[in-house]
Write a protein that binds this ligand. Sequence first.
Ligand code: ATP
Ligand code: MG
Length: 381
Amino acid sequence: MSTLNGAKKVIDVLKKNQYEAYIVGGAVRDHLLRMPLTDVDITTNAKPHQVAKLFKTKPTGLKYGTVTVFMGLETYEVTTFRIDGDYLDGRHPEEVTFSDSVIEDVKRRDFTINGLLMTEKNQIIDHVEGRKDLDAKLIRTIGNPEDRFNEDALRMMRAFYFQSKLGFQIDKATRDAITNLKHRLNDVAMERMMNEMIKVLKGPYVKKAIHSMITTGVHQVLPGLEKGLLHVNQMEEVPFVDAFFALSFTLNGSIPPHWPFSNKHKHKYETAMMLANTHQDFDAYTLYTYGIDHCLLANRVNYMLGRSKNLKTKIEYDYEHLAIQSDLDLKLRATDILKLTNKKAGAWLKQLQSEMVVLVLNHKLKNEKSELEAYVLAHVK
Ligand code: ATP
Ligand code: MG
């Protein structure tokens, strides 16, 4: 968490110590747009070790000149003015050179609307014509777009992110450069790509961003998402993150290994794909086996693909009314069964429990201790 007022206090301290410092980037942009701020970044000519002398700090990105400053409960990223070298690994600039000039610092930034500075007295300083583009609602690179995308191809994805967040147009020259250089996105670390893609999907103007991804051809270079993007471009409302990926990978037939999803997310998308491809509706046993979330996601995919009705309410009702939701809900435990039968545990036990689960789910056996005991005694020799 950070606030403009807190950032101004940080700037005051830096200035009292003869340094130059400004609020920069997203906070200035969002402040001028009267939008809620995410984080407030500060740029200064003080070197990281000099910042560290003035505040309680943590060295978050020393190599890139960034330290986190703690001010009460809030934190601020304070970065030294710098000029970036090439982003050879597509992840970090290969080398950064500290600079004494704030003009050089704003010129290394991606888009004009992200290059505005604000003083502690709320004065806006604009070296990049960002104000004009903010008024015109335009996303435009600072400097030649081809050069800027060649330095760091991720900026192309960031253009879509800001479009999704703000609803702005992407300037023609910037858009043309994306069309020409989109293949360079393949060089970007997939972690960065995934973060930016998820940010695109979460924005209020995601529909607009997806439309631009398609007109620039970027949908063709995102592993496994081409069909999904084309499909949702035809939909009234773009599905949220999980539903978007589950739909895209179902259309694609598999989850491309490129995306560094957590195992939990991979499992979620795989299960939803499998269920969507094998189920039109979801009986008690399927709900019990795969859980409500996977079944809802699979139904969502099928519904978006026009393969089935929207069964959301029914799935929720049926799940809520399952006789049992887990084998722990059976009123007869494994230990009870062993005592009752006087037998040693073995494969037969699991088998018997599964039989009882199916019968209970289908209301052919009551989930009551005496009934389950009677079933066990009747079926175990
Ligand atoms: P938000 O936080 O709302 O997503 P932001 O503009 O603050 O938007 P950040 O990713 O937090 O975006 O980056 C902070 C600032 O750093 C940007 O406003 C921009 O000036 C600069 N920046 C970030 N990433 C890049 C990049 N890949 N190339 C050039 N400049 C960048
Ligand atoms: Mg930010």
